[in-house]
Design a protein around this ligand. Structure first.
Ligand code: AMP
Ligand code: GLY
Length: 424
């Protein structure tokens, strides 16, 4: 079987690594990929948004299955385009991907199906939004409706900050049409966790729990990033919470989407916060998390392709997925300056030495090859992932590997996994 993976981040390198283990797979392509992916797959220089060229490539190479990493091609309708041509592809259709592509849509869905989420209102007019903010007071959260590369959510501590956020989103249109509408919602204070599930539109087959670290600095300080590290499992999710998340969130979301005529297939990701022992949805994503995919897929036993076939054939209820009991931790190594501006092209040293460590995996994100050397080529550069008999061992192994790798201007958090240790 020939497989095409779409994307170029740490999540996609992890997918390539996992899918390459399938006995069914003979060839893997990745568009556009990165320097690490190039060691395990044939990289093809096509942008994730160039759906026409991706389709032409998949047809020419007789690709049997395409797996989509990031949200943008999903919201642009890559699944619809491929399926119309009879090609197999994993991910939700354009209509179903609205669950991530429009925060207003996701909030309305949650209201309609009683899925717990922060109280909210949706606005298309700035003046109305300002009056609402003034009436509610701060803290309050302002969210651009559409995709904004993780920058469209502004938790405001004061009314002025919230109004400023509105200006950035709706008046200055910092995120373009994504700011035509805003969601304004209640500020929820709690520990966050990620909950992902495979679904064929009917059966919800959950992955283990995980937790991301969104802010750039230790102690969850500073601006949000795409994610500076992740671990699985997340002990904040007790068995009781796990049951609540399945019964009150994941199953109603998948059923609700089907009821709305937007059958949801692929991976559904709920970003949660836990308040007084109850889960609330902060957002839904239409794909795997990055960096959550790194700890989750390193824990997954068995064949990823069999899960894909279960999704495509509507028989996910018959697919049993086993998971390694051992915790897994991913520390993201980034370029200094990220999530703002940063330099590229710095030679990465120490990769071989780090890879010699047992149960350590190095997933590439922003890397490229220049003059036969691996160099930095993005904000998030590597996802250094390790498994251990317990979370403590997994953390120390991950940092042992991190300590062997360096480049000019490397930055990473030192406290990834720290929250899990509180439960030990
Ligand atoms: P989202 O993309 O909606 O998950 O938001 C990104 C981040 O903003 C989340 O991971 C939270 O840290 C924060 N956030 C989003 N919604 C809220 C909320 N209602 N209350 C507090 N923080 C929030
Ligand atoms: N790690 C957060 C995300 O993938 O959206």
């Amino acid at each position: 079987m020939k497989v095409l993976i779409i994307g170029s981040g740490g999540r996609e390198h992890t997918l390539v690594w996992k899918i390459s283990k399938s006995p069914k797979v003979t060839k893997i392509y990745c568009a556009p990929g990165n320097a690490g992916i190039a060691q395990q797959a044939e990289c093809v220089n096509i942008k994730v948004t160039d759906i026409k060229s991706l389709l032409a490539f998949a047809k020419t190479k007789k690709v049997d299955l395409t797996v989509v990493g990031p949200e943008l091609p999903l919201t642009l309708g890559i699944v619809d385009t491929f399926e119309d041509e009879g090609l197999k592809i994993i991910g939700p259709t354009k209509k179903a991907a609205q669950i991530e592509g429009s925060k207003a849509y996701a909030k309305e869905l949650m209201s309609k199906y009683n899925i717990p989420t922060a109280n909210f209102r949706i606005f298309a007019e700035v003046a109305d939004a300002i009056s609402y903010i003034k009436s509610k007071g701060a803290p309050i959260v302002v969210k651009a409706d559409g995709l904004a590369a993780g920058k469209g959510v502004i938790p405001a501590q004061t009314i002025d900050e919230a109004i400023n956020a509105l200006n950035v989103i709706m008046v200055k249109k910092a995120f373009g049409d994504a700011g035509n509408k805003v969601v304004i919602e209640e500020y929820l204070e709690g520990e966050e966790a990620s909950f992902l599930a495979f679904t064929d539109g009917e059966t919800v087959n959950p992955l283990p729990t995980s937790q991301d670290h969104k802010p750039i600095y230790d102690g969850d300080k500073g601006p949000n990033t795409g994610g500076m590290g992740a671990y699985s499992p997340a002990p904040v999710i007790t068995q009781d919470l796990y049951n609540q998340i399945m019964d009150r969130i994941m199953i109603p979301a998948v059923k609700g989407m089907a009821w709305e005529g937007k059958i949801y297939k692929g991976i559904l990701y709920a970003g949660l916060t836990i308040v007084n022992g109850e889960p609330y949805v902060l957002e839904f994503n239409a794909r795997m998390g990055d960096p959550e995919a790194q700890p989750l897929l390193t824990r997954m036993k068995g064949d990823f392709i069999e899960v894909c076939e279960g999704i495509l054939e509507g028989r996910l209820s018959q697919v049993n997925i086993d998971w390694d009991e051992r915790p897994s931790v991913c520390v993201v190594m980034a370029s200094k300056g990220y999530p703002g501006g940063y330099e590229k092209g710095k030679e990465i040293k120490g990769l071989e030495s780090a890879l010699r460590l047992k149960d350590v995996f190095i997933f590439h994100a922003g890397t490229a090859i220049k003059d036969n050397k691996i160099v930095t080529n993005g904000g998030r550069v590597l996802g250094v992932t390790a498994m251990g008999k317990d979370i403590k061992e997994a953390i120390s192994k991950a940092y042992e590997a991190v300590d062997r790798i360096t480049w000019d201007g490397v930055y990473y958090r030192r406290d990834i996994g720290g929250k899990a240790l509180r439960y030990v």
